[in-house]
Design a protein. Sequence first.
Length: 409
Amino acid sequence: MTAFDFAPLFARDLPPAAGRWTGFAEHNFVGGHNDPEGIPVEALVEAATRQLRAKGRELAIYTLDGGPQGLRELREVVARKLTEDRGAPTDADQVLITSGSLQGMDLVFSLLVEPGDTVIVEEHTYGGTLSRLRRRGAKVVGAPLDEHGLRIDALERLLDDMAAKGVRPKFIYTIPTVQNPTGSVLPVDRREALLDLARRHGVPVFEDECYADLVFGEDWPPALRGMEGGDAVIHIGSFSKTLAPALRLGYLVADWPVLSRLLPLKTDAGTGAIEQLVVADYFGSRFHEHVAALKPRLAAKLDVMVEAVEREFGTAAEFTRPEGGIFFWMRLPGVDTSKLYAAAKAGGVDFNPGAEWSTSPQARDCLRLCFALPSEEQIRAGVARLAEICRRETGIPAVSANVRHAPAT
Ligand SMILES: Cc1ncc(COP(=O)(O)O)c(C=O)c1O
């Protein structure tokens, strides 16, 4: 008997079908995974045990009676973190707990984006943002970046040009603090200028602060949400990068006129309660201690990544050292990384090709490597393998590990 054919019944305009999951590549530099050694397993076991003993019976109630915005204790952790660490005085009532910050992003896009709308993003940006906006039929316009993040002069020209054509973008989406993929941190004067520009053009800002707790330096600017003009900012953040992405916990911060319209769009009857209980317990007291231990681990892996890329790719690779986070963004002039991708994957190395992380055709020779998940040894071995495959496929790099190779034929 042939199986029932659902295909003719599918809704129109679905995304392409998924391939079957075949596991991770041997050298996995793809996505935004965290450092397995940085997961505080024992402390999480203790937190889970403590919380389940104390509150286990509340699991009988949707949202544990914390209401649709999420567990009160976790919202208080987020509000304190925003207030004390990000210079953005926040009340727990302004916080919505989400299933990863991706859910927050989906909610904001559902609230604001209609087909044909123009949205400004950074020219290189999170691939998940680009794919979501495009699926909604938005016209996505990239604003130029330099090594410090958004170029305000270029953004001003862009906004002026749009205004001259009668176009008012729905919002400016930015990852100002450890930009994905470039790793820059937008200086405070540019933040002020960005908010001023946005206000003058009547355009709100959507601030994605997924990596803001992972700046490797001593100090860094406040969140846009906390600065003058921050009332025009919707802010999302995540526990994926400070703690663990598989927990699927993030948050959104906005004022009630926005939150009250977002809440009816969050139709999942509440974000997972055990995760919320555990993270509120653990981060209620250990946030600073945890992040202070995680950052040097990541910074050490970045050092290994930089050394490996310099050794294996030599002058063929161009990059600016990221100021924090988990990603290394590099350019290989002359290499189409979307083509290299398939050969690398077949050879056991997975990375994100630049074209998927950018609005700019020039990013075809860029690629992004996540250095948080692999061990230092795996980083060295994976970058060496990548250079070997790249040379075989493109003749680049001609020199690596001080060895000159015969040109590819
Ligand atoms: C900039 C940015 N925003 C949002 C996300 C989604 O993170 P989450 O795990 O919180 O859904 C990511 C994940 O890599 C990201 O890089």
